[in-house]
Design a protein around this ligand. Structure first.
Ligand SMILES: C[S@@+](CC[C@H](N)C(=O)[O-])C[C@H]1O[C@@H](n2cnc3c(N)ncnc32)[C@H](O)[C@@H]1O
Length: 318
């Protein structure tokens, strides 16, 4: 294995560790929308599936469809309504265990399959075997090297002339640490077009994602959520490392010295914990505040104070 391949394997292992940690704490909150029940989650998944795939949901009866980063099945389970055969791949065992329980509880084990993947490749899937690939809330937050690997792999597994459609941020390159598995990456459209061509894709559609639940973009920061649709025109003749190089002016920083942890993960945990406090769910709020404090080096003193207050409130109640 060369140095680049080793780097990708290392990042994939970090992705697995981080996503298992998140999902074992709270399986729904880290999916693309934090909701309180499986029913609400699946309804949001179907809404996003239709928003993403639009006119691709035609002639679906014989299509084999694959979701990259299916998580706990939010969109994968609704997809079974529309397609003959649905496969979800994910790097996290915890995500797939939760997805499999939901799939079984809905009697869909015959039509929905999940596959644990390594995170830097899709080797379990045969070349030229898939009719449609989709992905949501995943490819825009993986390290750029991993994005390059998965785009390259998507070009391998998709049948010629078929489509890959996914959500991605386009705009201005963002400074980030490559080990941050939740930071938003945003690509320059010209560079992204080159990367697609290297993987054998032409771009069919680039459209801003206007989401019914509100703003998913930060245009002032150069981060604009898009739906992109790629068509496989040919087989790739290059390696993921060249795709990665074409995506950014310079590679993502791999030094974690002085890095505090994922800022977005920290903010998401705090926001959810505050909501739980308002609902009076102190035990879960406490677990989330604790999680935020454990996984972010600069967790404010405020969290520690809040944790003490919650402990007192719990003691008072009992
Ligand atoms: C934000 S969740 C989105 C899940 C789902 N697409 C949805 O919208 O509900 C991202 C998912 O992608 C998975 N993931 C992250 N990196 C991956 C990779 N390199 N290969 C496969 N799955 C990955 C994570 O484990 C997680 O389940």
């Amino acid at each position: 294995m060369n140095t680049k391949e080793n780097k990708y394997k290392g990042l994939a292992a970090i992705l697995r560790r981080d996503w298992n940690r998140r999902i074992s704490l709270d399986r729904r909150m880290w999916m693309s929308e934090a909701v309180d029940s499986d029913e609400q989650m699946l309804a949001s998944g179907e809404r996003d599936l239709l928003l993403l795939l639009g006119e691709e949901i035609t002639d679906t009866a014989n299509k084999r469809v694959l979701e990259i980063g299916c998580g706990i099945g939010r969109m994968l389970i609704p997809a079974a309504k529309y397609f003959k055969s649905v496969v979800g791949v994910d790097v996290s065992e915890d995500a797939l265990n939760a997805a499999n329980l939901l799939i079984k509880s809905r009697g869909l084990s015959g039509s929905v399959e999940t596959i644990l993947v390594d995170g830097s490749d899709l080797l379990e899937i045969e070349s030229n075997s898939v009719d449609l690939i989709y992905s949501y809330g995943t490819l825009g937050i993986v390290p750029t090297g991993i994005f390059a690997c998965l785009l390259h792999e998507a070009g391998r597994i998709l049948r010629l002339g078929r489509v890959m459609r996914f959500q991605l941020y386009l705009g201005t390159e963002q400074a980030t640490i490559d080990q941050d598995t939740l930071a938003v990456r945003s690509y320059d459209l010209k560079k992204f077009t080159t990367a697609c061509a290297l993987c054998g894709f032409s771009i069919e559609l680039v459209e801003e994602l206007i989401h019914p639940i509100g703003n998913v973009s930060k245009p002032h920061e150069g981060i604009v959520a898009h739906i992109v649709s790629l068509k496989k025109e040919s087989e790739s003749t290059t390696k993921p490392a060249n795709v990665e190089l074409s995506l950014l002016d310079s590679p993502e920083n791999s030094s974690i010295e002085n890095w505090k942890g994922s800022a977005l993960e920290y903010q998401m945990a705090i926001t959810r914990a505050q909501k739980l406090v308002q609902c009076g769910n102190l035990a879960e709020a406490k677990a989330l505040f604790q999680y935020a404090a454990d996984n972010y080096a600069d967790a404010d003193k405020v969290i520690h104070k809040l944790l003490q207050e919650i402990d007192l409130a719990i003691a008072d109640k009992s």
